[in-house]
Ligand binder design. Structure first.
Ligand SMILES: Cc1ncc(COP(=O)(O)O)c(C=O)c1O
Length: 382
């Protein structure tokens, strides 16, 4: 290895010594909620496909028809040759689901956050961000070159203190928060965030990645859950979790969306979302709107699992926080050997190692009973 690159090996060794080394596993899709992980069949408790739509027959057929008609790629950026009627239809459908005037579809949720944040603020501005925000919000904030102040997780008093001290020193301010926190499963306190954003004349961006098609009466997300549909909030999210496709979006006022079309670099200078992914997401939203039973099933599973654990939950995400990194990886492996897949999530993704259980509408009660039984056995043994 050339001298200039030798630090890579040393750095990997340090990551390994900390027990943080990661590598992907080969996952085979079976009928949900089942998968094969490294050849072992298991009930999947690690998916973001909360409604099981990624393998839905009607959605697959829409994607195939779109590929048949438009080809596999969009072949250009949206402002040049990559815009199809399908994109417009999907954006209308997202706006309707979100109770907003308009929406813009990006190639991923990550890119939606990067592009939106960097377009809304710059080095004359202030960002206030929850410390547990997703990586895409954190990196979007860095990219923008705004001054970043993090507040402790869900601590609205800390946020208010920061706004009181700092807001007047900057031109614009932007508050950033996950709607549902991806690794903890709790919700941000949207009523308070909204109130503070209004009092301190700040923009508010909520990442709805884990809330869309999961929370709210019609699956509109945490904004709908809290009763703020139609309120001027910048909502970002992904098409790749409960909607089972790929891509991301921003929903908000028509002016915001038109501005982003002209200023969001991660939308302007990249190829439009592929026809297959676009059509799949469009059909998934139609199914969420027309068939509330999927959401209902997921909610029943959440409440059944809460009863088993004797706990309360606000989303399908249940963290099992463990003391040591090795404990998380060992428990995940033990569960896999017993036919249950629950991923171990370790630093730097989270401050404390954990198993992240995620429920799906496709789980049967017996699957939840079995996972519960394995966890109880583990706790009794340790
Ligand atoms: C909270 C949150 N925001 C954004 C993203 C990025 O979405 P995507 O996978 O579409 O890039 C994710 C997940 O990957 C996420 O968990």
């Amino acid at each position: 290895m050339l001298e200039a690159y030798t630090w890579l090996g040393r750095s990997l060794a340090t990551i390994g010594q900390a027990g943080w080394h990661r590598a992907e596993k080969i996952v085979q899709t079976l009928s949900p909620p089942f998968i094969k992980v490294d050849g072992l069949e298991a009930i999947n408790f690690g998916s973001n496909d909360y409604l099981g739509l990624a393998t839905e027959y009607r959605i697959k057929m829409e994607a195939i028809a779109a590929i048949d008609q438009h080809g596999t790629g969009s072949t250009g950026s949206r402002l040049v040759t990559g815009h199809r009627q399908l994109h417009r239809d999907l954006e209308r459908s997202i706006a309707e689901l979100k109770g907003s005037q308009a929406a813009l579809v990006f190639s991923s949720g990550y890119l939606a956050n990067l592009g939106t944040i960097a377009a809304l603020v710059n080095n004359r501005d202030l960002i206030l961000a929850d410390q547990y925000n997703h990586s895409s919000l954190k990196n979007g904030a860095r990219l923008s070159q705004a001054t970043i102040r993090e507040y402790s997780h869900n601590d609205c008093q800390a946020l208010e203190n920061l706004l009181k001290q700092q807001r007047r020193l900057y031109r614009r301010a932007l508050i950033l928060s996950d709607g549902v926190f991806s690794m903890d499963g709790d919700l941000c306190n949207l009523p308070q965030l909204l109130n503070l954003s209004q009092v301190y004349e700040s923009m508010l961006l909520i990442d709805e990645a884990h809330a869309t098609a999961v929370l709210g009466g019609t699956g509109g997300g945490s904004v709908e859950h809290w009763g703020f549909s139609g309120v001027e909030i910048v909502q970002t999210g992904t098409l790749s979790k409960a909607l089972g496709s790929l891509g991301g979006y921003v929903a908000g006022s028509a002016t915001l969306i038109d501005y982003l079309r002209n200023r969001a670099a991660s939308w302007i200078y990249t190829t439009g979302l592929s026809p297959g992914d676009t059509a799949a997401a469009l059909k998934a939203i139609a199914i969420v709107k027309e068939e509330p039973e999927h959401l209902q099933r997921l909610r029943e599973n959440i409440s059944y699992f809460c009863n088993l654990l004797g706990t309360k939950a606000q989303s399908p995400i249940f963290p099992v926080v463990l003391k040591k990194t090795t404990e998380a990886t060992e428990l995940s492996l033990t569960l896999l050997e017993k036919g249950v897949f629950v991923p171990a999530i370790r630093p730097p993704t989270v401050p404390t190692s954990r198993l992240r259980i995620s429920l799906m509408a496709k789980h049967e009660k017996e699957h939840l009973d079995y996972l519960h039984e394995l966890l109880v056995r583990y706790i009794q043994k340790h």
